[in-house]
Design a binder for this molecule. Structure first.
Ligand SMILES: [Zn+2]
Length: 269
């Protein structure tokens, strides 16, 4: 079993999917430039982690890395693992297999060129990796050691129905690969939409429910979610659809929430 050191060394696995707001698959179509200062957001992420002496795993989109190589280098220099989030944010199950494979190879090479370090982790855009051996075999062949693409809850866009609670190995002809699923308590709650919407007291209680069962909590977030009042800021600038309207009502400050969750976990150790 391969587990990244930033998973093993800390009371929770802090992960960030590093992409631009326009990349997200929930129907954001900007009418003009959104003027988001990603370098500044990444700096603040590094600060938040440093405050708690925690290093995260950053699943970086290839197209983001090409635009902001310095931000990726900085994350790496501060001990954050650079892992791969694909080349562009297309849902894997909509892509021809060979194209997905080639794009993933390119994305890994872009990241390795920027940091000079080997990239061994993969997370598919929007948890869209089909849970099929052929995909894991391709990842192993490309040199990946682990994936974090299994979402144990079925939504309209992604997810699986089996509740996998712990990392597990998938055996392929190209070698073993470890899948690190997002844990849930009835519902997944520790990232994205759920982390923005659920009240903090409930999120903290669910995190405790996991640690009591010796399941490692996994936080997943995105640079743009670390901006307070995200959707309010851009309401005039984006074309909404159903999912966007859902997200519109979530104006919580995810950074403050993550800060509170880490503090709570450190106290309860
Ligand atoms: Zn993503």
């Amino acid at each position: 079993m391969y587990l990244p050191s930033n998973y093993e060394n800390f009371p929770l696995w802090l992960t960030i999917d590093v992409e631009e707001l326009e990349d997200a698959n929930f129907g954001i179509t900007p009418k003009g430039p959104l003027d988001i200062d990603y370098a500044d957001i990444i700096d603040r992420w590094i600060e938040l982690c440093a405050k708690h002496d925690i290093r995260s795993t950053a699943f970086v989109l290839g197209s983001f890395a090409q635009k902001y190589p310095d931000a990726v280098r900085k994350l790496h220099a501060h001990g954050h693992e650079i892992a791969c989030h694909g080349l562009v944010h297309e849902l894997v199950y909509t892509l021809p297999f060979e194209l997905w494979k080639e794009q993933t190879r390119q994305a890994k090479a872009i990241l390795e060129d920027i940091t000079g370090a080997e990239v061994v982790g993969y997370r598919s855009p929007s948890w869209s990796l089909p849970f099929a051996k052929s995909y894991y075999e391709a990842l192993a062949k490309l040199g990946f050691r682990y994936s974090s693409s299994y979402f144990p809850f079925k939504t309209y866009m992604y997810g699986n129905t089996i509740d996998k609670k712990h990392p597990f190995d998938i055996y392929t002809d190209a070698g073993n690969i470890t899948e690190i699923p997002v844990p849930k308590v009835v519902l997944p709650f520790s990232g994205g939409f759920y982390l923005r919407v659920l009240p903090l007291w409930l999120t903290k209680r669910l995190v405790r429910a996991l640690t009591q069962k010796e399941i490692k909590p996994i936080i997943y977030t995105h640079p743009y979610e670390l901006l307070p009042n995200l959707f309010w800021r851009f309401r005039k600038n984006v074309q909404p659809d159903k999912a966007y309207i859902l997200s519109f009502f979530t104006t919580g400050d995810v950074r403050r929430r993550i800060d509170a969750i880490i503090s709570e976990l450190k106290e309860s150790r």
